[in-house]
Design a protein around this ligand. Structure first.
Ligand SMILES: Cc1cc2nc3c(=O)[nH]c(=O)nc-3n(C[C@H](O)[C@H](O)[C@H](O)COP(=O)(O)O)c2cc1C
Ligand code: SF4
Ligand code: SF4
Length: 283
């Protein structure tokens, strides 16, 4: 017998905080509707064994909201892996949500929906949320600055209400997945050819100027992948996702990193992109 109402679980990774804001907005609205909800920040589940503990206590059935920033046209690998490794025998409903920085949301939502469906978490809805492009934080004109706006967050709350209404039906109506194929075919193909792994290979490694570094550890504490070791200067392991939070947070400016060429390229790509720079909510 299925537990009714279904417990809600919200899982996300959010290097720069926008996906967390979306996750917390969803949680607030669910609580306002008297729902049971638990939030899981994947950056606090990096250590070996901590994700296993979450899976071990995973309910037989639940409504899973799962959020990722768009990185190089896809969800973050750690978010996709979380879905892939959901325990066998568990099932339920799902709502993938993605924040993106005004270049393209790429294949993030259709791919997350596909994976969730494969793990027996039927997608009921989805959201792509326009958000400040976190790589352009110090550009003269940061991309998608001011997003998500109060109005966009209100639309996200309305999505939560719509999902709750769906869940009252037996069975709840699944999301029409073709709604997520909103990109023109050509853009879908170019997104399919991109990946964070390829971009990482093309970039020089992040380096620290030891004459400036005070070994304070701020970069390591704020790394969402927990992949900076102080030995005693910071060393970056291969799990790095290039979120640049370490560069951004270092009080000494000790990273040898000039953001200007990257930011110019991102602005160019956003101008070339055929995707309308808006938030969209699918039910
Ligand atoms: C390495 C990297 C790759 C990104 N790739 C894309 C992208 O392909 N398309 C896009 O619109 N935004 C892209 N962004 C911007 C993020 O998707 C956006 O800023 C997101 O809201 C960040 O979420 P967070 O605040 O939860 O970290 C990228 C950001 C980084 C750091
Ligand atoms: S935050 Fe900067 S100064 Fe502090 S340990 Fe990291 S690189 Fe060094
Ligand atoms: S090392 Fe820096 S860029 Fe890499 S994941 Fe950690 S904070 Fe992000």
């Amino acid at each position: 017998m299925e537990q009714r109402p279904l417990p809600h679980r919200i899982v996300y990774l959010s290097p720069a905080g926008t996906t967390r804001l979306a996750a917390e907005t969803i949680a607030d609205q669910l609580k306002a509707l008297n729902q049971t909800v638990e939030l899981f920040d994947l950056s606090s589940l990096i250590q070996a064994g901590s994700r296993a503990a979450v899976y071990a206590a995973w309910p037989a059935t639940c409504c899973l909201w799962i959020g990722s920033p768009v990185y190089c046209d896809h969800a973050l690998p750690i978010v996709e892996d979380f879905i892939r490794n959901l325990p066998d025998g568990c099932h339920g409903f799902s709502i993938p949500f993605a924040t993106y920085g005004g270049v393209t949301s790429g294949l993030t939502l259709p791919e997350m929906a596909e994976l969730l469906g494969q793990r027996n978490f039927t997608p009921l809805a989805a959201a792509k949320i326009l958000a400040l492009h976190s790589s352009t934080w110090c550009a003269p004109k940061p991309l998608a600055a001011g997003h998500p706006s109060a109005d966009e967050l209100q639309q996200l709350r309305s999505l939560v209400v719509a999902v709750e209404k769906k869940l009252m039906d037996q069975p709840p109506a699944a999301l029409e997945r073709s709604l997520l194929n909103y990109l023109p075919e050509e853009m879908q193909q170019s997104s399919a050819a991109k990946s964070l792994a390829l971009v990482k290979r093309a970039l020089p490694p992040l380096k620290i100027d030891q004459t400036l570094c005070t070994q304070c550890g701020t970069c390591a504490q704020g790394c969402p992948m927990g992949c900076i070791d102080l030995r005693p200067y910071p060393e970056i392991r291969s799990e790095c996702i290039r979120c640049l939070q370490c560069v951004r947070n270092c009080p000494e400016g000790a990273f040898n990193f000039d953001p200007e060429p990257l930011q110019s390229r991102i602005l160019e790509l956003s101008v070339l992109s055929e995707e309308e720079q808006i938030s969209q909510f699918f039910t």
